[in-house]
Design a protein around this ligand. Structure first.
Ligand SMILES: [Zn+2]
Length: 104
């Protein structure tokens, strides 16, 4: 990843929220480089959640950690937990709505 903020100059705006990329570079949540890192991570999240079982997920994550390092692995794990919780809540809300509809 480039060392510059892709020329977007968002860092010059003090009102934008700051984040730190895996490279250690500070950017804002409006920066293209942050969007790109999140998009890459989401692809990995989808890959892991599509794996058939826990053992396959552990194997994938171990290889990922070897390849990308502990900081990247920790962020991927957090993103997986977040996505997993989001899907669970969406499923529960859909079930509650379905139950409410049949009770009415
Ligand atoms: Zn930027």
């Amino acid at each position: 990843m480039a060392n510059t903020c892709a020329g977007c100059n968002a860092l010059e705006n003090p009102d934008l929220p700051r984040v730190t990329l895996l490279s250690g570079q500070e950017v804002t949540t409006w920066c293209e480089c942050w969007r790109a890192e999140c998009a890459d991570r989401d692809i990995d999240v989808q890959r892991v959640l599509a794996l058939p079982d826990r053992e396959a997920r552990q194997t994938y994550l171990a290889a990922y950690g070897q390849d990308r390092g502990p900081a990247a692995l920790e962020r991927l794990k957090q993103a997986i937990l977040h996505t997993h919780a989001l899907r669970k809540r969406q499923r529960e809300e859909a079930e509650a709505a379905a139950a409410g509809a049949s009770a009415a």
